[in-house]
Design a binder for this molecule. Structure first.
Ligand SMILES: [Zn+2]
Length: 341
């Protein structure tokens, strides 16, 4: 019994145009008039979703998993009325979820045609066409079992081979250290995952990372040993100027903290020049009230506030002046919460 397969005139015209473009040495992206046109299917692994075809068809027996040749298969009638014989049939699996049975094999046929009417019956699905894509969905569950994309007026089935793999590795002409700088100092083990050509590198000589990862020795000797008697060591700290002047006009304050007792004296100042007189008053008060002289004065700042008379006063009274390392917690007295004053 003869069996015919119909291909629409428009489709046949596209097929012949494509076949001509394959034989031509002119790039297929240019047509005769020189205007750019879209490139049609150029790979035998691509399947054209064809609503006009009565059967799945291919010219490549290599994509059929169980090809069997038949001599009594019907001929296929193309849109131009010509007949072409079918040499066999088989099963094609363009995707994991779409299996095409009874795919007719036509010699010298450049396309793989996926018959919409055949697949909807075989897989119990429906096909929705959109301007730039189409989807195959199961009739019962509506689950998407396949997709197609529009290309040059044809809908092509999306197959794994059409998906361009995303780059998973980079190559670089830069040295590992330069890439390390540019990417924000990632470890070498991470860089090797992105740059396979860095596999031979074993060490990144990055000074910044070495300093950043360097830990401070935890068992530094305590520089500031507690003194044995009151006022043997007095810490002082000058703060200001305050951006907001108090109602009384004060903008600075100075604190004197006895290292032995941690008792704190706080003096407000309108001007930093008052510091010398305040210190003289503090020493006089200690001398009068406790009959003790201040032994050593220590601070991590306020060097600039000490004038020549200040230094003369300290030397005349035998007071030692020490400056500790700024912001070094081991050399300054644990700070009181003087903001509560
Ligand atoms: Zn680094």
């Amino acid at each position: 019994m003869d069996k015919s397969v119909l291909v629409s005139a428009d489709e046949f015209a596209r097929f012949t145009e494509y076949q001509a473009s394959l034989k031509s040495t002119i790039p297929s992206s240019l047509n005769e008039s020189g205007k750019p046109t879209s490139c049609l299917v150029s790979s035998s692994s691509k399947w054209v979703i064809d609503s006009g075809a009565t059967d799945h068809m291919t010219g490549d027996t290599g994509i059929l998993s169980s090809f069997s040749s038949h001599t009594n298969l019907p001929s296929v009638t193309l849109a131009d009325g010509s007949m072409t014989s079918v040499v066999g049939s088989g099963i094609a699996n363009p995707t994991t979820s779409i299996s095409l049975s009874s795919v007719l094999c036509l010699p010298n046929f450049s396309f793989n045609l996926l018959s919409v009417s055949k697949i909807t019956r075989a897989l119990n699905c429906f096909v929705s066409f959109f301007p730039d894509h189409c989807v195959f969905q199961d009739l019962m569950t509506r689950k998407i079992i396949g997709r197609g994309r529009e290309s040059g007026g044809l809908y092509l089935l999306e197959t794994p081979s059409m998906k361009v793999p995303k780059p998973i590795a980079c190559s670089s002409t830069l040295t590992p250290l330069e890439v390390h700088y540019r990417l924000g100092h990632p470890p070498l083990s991470i860089l090797k995952k992105f740059f396979p050509n860095f596999q031979s590198s074993s060490y990144l000589d990055c000074e910044t990372c070495q300093f950043a990862k360097h830990h401070r020795v935890s068992n530094l000797p305590m520089v500031n040993k507690r003194v044995a008697s009151p006022f043997e060591l007095v810490h002082y700290d000058v703060w200001g100027p305050c951006p907001v002047i108090s109602e009384s006009g004060f903008r600075y304050f100075v604190t004197f903290v006895d290292d032995y007792s941690h008792v704190t004296w706080l003096y407000l100042m309108k001007n930093i020049s008052e510091l010398f007189n305040i210190f003289c008053s503090f020493c006089a008060e200690i001398k009068t009230q406790f009959n003790i002289s201040v032994g050593t004065l220590r601070s991590d700042n306020a060097k600039e506030y000490f004038s020549h008379p200040f230094d003369s006063y300290m030397s005349e009274n035998g007071i030692l002046h020490q400056f500790s390392c700024a912001h070094h917690p081991k050399m300054v007295l644990p700070r009181k919460k003087i903001d509560t004053y």
